[in-house]
Write a protein that binds this ligand. Sequence first.
Ligand code: ZN
Length: 158
Amino acid sequence: MPDLRELYQEVILDHSRSPRNFHKMEGATRTIEGYNPLCGDRLTLYLRLEGDRIADASFEGQGCAISKASASMMTVAVKGKTRKEAAALFDRFHAMLTAPKGAPFDAEALGKLTIFSGVAEFPIRVKCATMGWHTLKAALEGKEQRFAVGEQAGAAKD
Ligand code: ZN
């Protein structure tokens, strides 16, 4: 059996070195900043919503490899999805990272995003992996322009 950890590591490194959809978006209908004070990760997320659908998603920012790779893969994953589908994916991704060790998660629905499951073993890194997703959720809910994971009560407790 191939070493999955190594493969996962490679995918994360690839996305952190060459993040997808890594640019400012002209004509974005939502622009929101996310910040992870624990690690110093920052990003600006751009969304172009067409009706109920995320027609386009991109981001800019600086941060650790996990935060960048996670945001990169998130933009790939949610492009073309409806708000509801994207919110459901957020819930699954979030559950995978915050569930007790060994708890099952919906690997089929998560697809490639399951490579982040190992991050759950490193609690300090969980916010790095979820920051982009929390920012997406805030953007879809029409929250403020700036969003810090874990800063506000009820915002992001993981
Ligand atoms: Zn980080």
